[in-house]
Design a protein around this ligand. Structure first.
Ligand SMILES: [Zn+2]
Length: 228
């Protein structure tokens, strides 16, 4: 199957591995798992620079908005001018695109606590976050908050790094592990949860009505679309 970039429609990709040995060991990844997690973060569209993680997220957003075009031109359409979007942390390479939407609110991470957000209930049509939930101490509470600030019928589109051959585990009591760069030691980027095949369950636990998984080059990149 030809891989197409949901952000711009591009069909050529470059690949640069991003994981380092220490993180791979802490995470306990096999060579195969390392390979697809590397693709998720390091395989990028030549035309727009989006990696597979951002492309999977873009696909989930297109589905939710019922968009026929690719995300980059599509978001400029006048029918999305009143769409209220909450972007938490920078949603990978989609951030500059979302920033152009008049109805977009940006919640800085970690200044905005996802577990107790400073936004009124029933406010947004869409909540977007990317590879952030794994750093939050209580991810179910964070997803409950996402649901609370959504209008009825709204949706939360997000990604977390998922190792599909195992179940999610907490890193409580395990040596600290960090994402970002290999020298990152900030507690904000400390990994609290390593997600596995059951990653979708937390959205239902948090009260979302349905969950849809959007895959790009499975298992390299999966985005979760949770509908309120
Ligand atoms: Zn692209």
């Amino acid at each position: 199957m030809t891989l197409i970039c949901s952000v711009c429609g591009g069909t050529s990709f470059t690949f640069e591995p991003v994981l380092w040995d220490e993180l791979v060991n802490a995470w306990g990844l096999t060579e195969d798992e390392r390979g697809y997690v590397d693709r998720q973060q390091g395989e990028c569209c030549t035309d727009c620079g989006s990696n597979l993680r951002s492309i999977a997220l873009a696909e989930a957003i297109r589905q939710e908005l019922g968009m026929d075009e690719w995300l980059s031109p599509g978001l400029n359409h006048r029918r999305y001018r009143k769409t209220r979007v909450l972007e938490l942390n920078e949603a990978g390479m989609l951030s500059p695109l979302l920033a152009k939407m008049p109805g977009r609110v940006f919640g800085h991470y970690p200044e905005v606590d996802m577990q107790a957000m400073p936004y009124p209930s029933d406010t947004f049509d869409l909540v977007v976050h990317s590879d952030t939930l794994e750093h939050v101490p209580d991810p179910v509470q964070a997803l409950k908050e996402c649901r609370r600030v959504l209008k009825p019928g709204g949706a939360c589109c997000f990604t977390v790094p998922i190792v599909i051959g195992r179940l999610s585990r907490r890193r409580d009591g395990m040596p600290a592990s960090f994402h970002g760069e290999s020298d990152t030691q900030s507690d904000d980027w400390r990994v609290q949860t390593e997600y596995g095949a059951d990653a979708w369950c937390q959205a239902l636990e948090a009260g979302f009505e349905s969950v849809q998984l959007n895959a790009v080059a499975f298992p390299a990149a999966v985005a979760i679309l949770a509908r309120a």
